[in-house]
Design a protein around this ligand. Structure first.
Ligand SMILES: C[S@@+](CC[C@H](N)C(=O)[O-])C[C@H]1O[C@@H](n2cnc3c(N)ncnc32)[C@H](O)[C@@H]1O
Length: 290
């Protein structure tokens, strides 16, 4: 079957269905076949894979997923695209299209009915403003996916990959690296989409960890520590941690920092994930004894 990446196909669909791109739904469709190949390679797709695709659009990626994998469930919000998908990929017997907003979907029910047999890979090319919340929802709620392969703004992918003491390093880097092992599959220039967006993109693969990389007394305190530490980036750890959601006073923070072997004058951006784990475990102890 010919790929759907040609601009001619999109124009044909626009004419036949009176389809108009919706900016608010982030409708920028892939028109570069090489990008699809790079995503397939980087996702290490196999014929036994099950896939949850979010935002299939006209089915460019869906088609390739159906050809390469055992089962594909695709969730599309735009009712105008449902008859289009019926024409472009409706013939695949291993595909189920669900017309819904992924943010409103009962994920638990979906996973029970569709993915009982096997953890799927999540593949998504979504509007950028919903992508990070969706990634974090899947990770924090521990929705049972093995990998998340998502197209995101290049700058956000860089933040997810960032190491300590760099400008891009922040709460998002630590959270993503706590739940997953991230890697960049490919960068994608804006010219690979129709219509052309005004930012470049990266496809990032987040391999969900079977076990966390650090041992924590309390995951909630770990995340609060990170939030406070990066909330006021220019502040030292002493000041940032004693004026945030942890609700600690300066003496308590001093005790926890000293027990962690960390200087009061460091900033959050200097700490790696192991140091954040040690610090949050000491904060947990301080809180328990007060
Ligand atoms: C950037 S386009 C990608 C389309 C296609 N996957 C591609 O790469 O060419 C984003 C798609 O996500 C859909 N979408 C946007 N918000 C959504 C949501 N909340 N739930 C499900 N689909 C959504 C849009 O209608 C659109 O089809």
């Amino acid at each position: 079957m010919d790929r759907l990446t040609s601009p001619r196909t999109i124009k044909y669909i626009m004419e036949k269905y009176g389809f108009r791109f919706s900016k608010s739904l982030g409708q920028n469709f892939i028109i570069d076949s090489n990008v699809l190949d790079r995503i397939i390679d980087g996702s290490e797709l196999s014929e036994t894979d099950h896939i949850l695709e979010i935002g299939p659009g006209i089915g460019v990626m869906t088609q390739v997923l159906c050809e390469n994998c055992e089962k594909v469930v695709a969730v599309e919000i735009d009712s105008a695209l449902i008859p289009v998908l019926e024409e472009t990929v409706g013939a695949f017997e291993n595909l189920k299209v669900i017309h819904n907003d992924v943010l409103k979907l009962d994920l638990k029910a979906l996973f029970e009915s569709e993915f009982r047999a096997k953890k799927p890979k999540l593949i998504a090319n979504l509007p950028y403003y919903v992508t990070t919340p969706i990634i974090m929802k899947f990770l924090e709620e521990r929705v049972p996916v093995s990998d998340l392969i998502v197209m995101i703004q290049k700058e956000v992918a860089d933040r997810m990959m960032a190491v300590p003491s760099t400008k891009a390093y922040g709460a998002l880097s630590v959270a993503v690296q706590y739940f997953t092992e991230p890697s960049i599959v490919t960068t994608v220039s804006r010219g690979s989409f129709m219509p052309m967006p005004n930012v470049d993109s990266s496809v990032i693969r987040l391999k969900v960890r079977a076990n966390p990389p650090v041992i924590l007394e309390s995951e909630a305190i770990f995340f609060k520590t990170i939030k406070d530490a990066f909330g006021k980036r220019r502040k030292t750890l002493l000041n940032a941690l004693s004026s945030g959601i942890l609700g600690m006073n300066k003496d308590q923070v001093r005790t926890a920092l000293a027990a962690s072997g960390l200087s009061e004058n460091l900033r959050g951006e200097a700490l790696d994930i192991d140091q954040f784990a040690t610090l949050s475990n000491e904060i947990f102890k301080v809180m328990k004894t007060n």
